[in-house]
Write a protein of this length. Structure first.
Ligand SMILES: Cc1ncc(COP(=O)(O)O)c(C=O)c1O
Length: 382
């Protein structure tokens, strides 16, 4: 059968082929981002109890009122923001929430600014709704935002921009000042800002998460996306959400209903219980453990001469592989895999051109013993 033109544009081929090659070698897969921590018992038991109590049928497409309220309360607890539950849409992961948001807010051929290196799903989602990504490159190791570059990509067709904060893959955490500059820019050009804050609790050193919703100039023009996949280690539960203006949520709900109907009913209760019952120590420990893992793995990369750009958030690290043999990022990633048994993602997965040809990304959210083994192997590259 002949595939649609659309279907060819959204392949995640690099991550998949590295995973295949890694499995064939019995290697350590640091290509894929799967949070490895244990699921909090509150979350598991909350879902189990909900199943036993018969919460197994469709929920309102916007999500169960209890979870929408728990998400609104969470925004007050962590960011001192007053959100009403009607501003929240629960969807099938942040992935579903972003797709629904794009279907609701973008027209075909609208231009949308993406920061490079980008998270591949952001680009693919834009392409799948017929939007046209335009690119603003942030350079390692600081990933500093140059407002002049941002201004230079604006055209009459620019309709939105996508932020990933903390960023996958760079680990950049946007400061309040940067977000205020972005807010002023968005206001000047009347842009929507999609802000993917999936890694909001994965912060290191003195990094602080500033949600787009707390920036006055962004408050009424942003859609914040986040979810439970990473924070509760439940990537397979498919639970995420969007927070934005109630009238946008109402429109998004139509697409959410069409595509997903609703997020899994008992699992929504599990997430709500997690939000309600887990204390601050849970979130502090999450960041602490990941900082240990970051340091352990970045030390090994540095010793191996791979010049990591130290992430301040999320759990990925971009490394410079200029000195590794191979003509491009794919060959270099394969060379690392063959020599060490550690799989990474070739840099091309995060750039629309060949700017990633001397980069690879590692995901360090691995069990500590496996990470130590991976670090030992990487050191041997020296
Ligand atoms: C930046 C970012 N957003 C969203 C997701 C996916 O979230 P979900 O599992 O809620 O769809 C990921 C997963 O890797 C991610 O890195």
């Amino acid at each position: 059968m002949k595939l649609s033109q659309r279907s060819g544009t959204i392949a995640q081929s690099e991550i998949r082929s590295m995973t295949r090659a890694c499995n064939a070698l019995g290697g350590i897969n640091m290509a894929q981002g799967v949070c490895d921590l244990e699921i909090p018992s509150e979350v598991i038991n909350g879902a189990k109890t909900a199943m036993d109590k018969g919460i197994n049928i469709y929920t309102p497409t916007e999500g169960l009122p209890r979870l929408r309220k728990a998400i609104a309360d969470k925004m007050e607890r962590f960011y001192n923001l007053k959100i009403i539950p009607e501003q929240v849409l629960v969807s099938d992961g942040a992935t579903g929430a972003f797709y629904t948001a794009c279907l609701t807010l973008l027209n075909p051929l609208d231009e949308v600014i993406l920061f490079e290196p980008y998270y591949g799903y952001h680009r693919s989602t834009l392409l799948s709704v017929g939007a046209v990504p335009t690119y603003v490159r942030l350079e390692s190791p600081q990933w500093r935002l140059e407002m002049g570059v941002l201004e230079s990509v604006i055209t009459p067709k620019t309709r939105a921009m996508v932020l990933c904060n903390p960023a996958n893959p760079s680990g950049k955490v946007f400061s309040r000042e940067e977000l205020e500059e972005i807010g002023a820019f968005a206001e000047r050009h009347d842009l929507i800002v999609f802000s993917d804050e999936m890694y909001e609790h994965f912060l290191y050193d003195d990094a602080v998460h500033v949600t787009a919703l707390s920036i006055p100039s962004l408050k009424n023009r942003c859609v914040v996306l986040s979810g439970f996949s990473k924070v509760f280690s439940i990537t397979g539960w498919r639970l995420g959400y969007a927070i934005t203006a109630t009238e946008v949520i109402e429109a998004m709900a139509q697409y959410n209903d069409l595509i997903y109907v609703c997020a899994p009913a008992p699992l929504q209760i599990g997430a709500a219980v997690g939000l309600e019952e887990l204390g601050d120590e849970y979130y502090i420990e999450l960041a602490r453990i990941h900082q240990i893992k970051r340091d352990l793995f970045c030390d090994a990369l540095r010793e191996a001469g791979l010049n990591p750009s130290i992430p301040r958030g999320a759990y990925y690290v971009m490394s410079d592989v200029s000195d590794i043999m191979g003509t491009d990022d794919f060959e270099k990633a394969m060379m690392i895999l063959e020599k060490t048994g550690v799989a990474s993602v070739p840099g091309r997965a995060f750039y629309h051109d060949d700017a990633g040809k001397n980069m690879v990304r590692f995901c360090y959210s691995k069990p500590l013993d496996i990470l130590k083994e991976a670090a030992e192997r990487i050191r041997k590259l020296r």
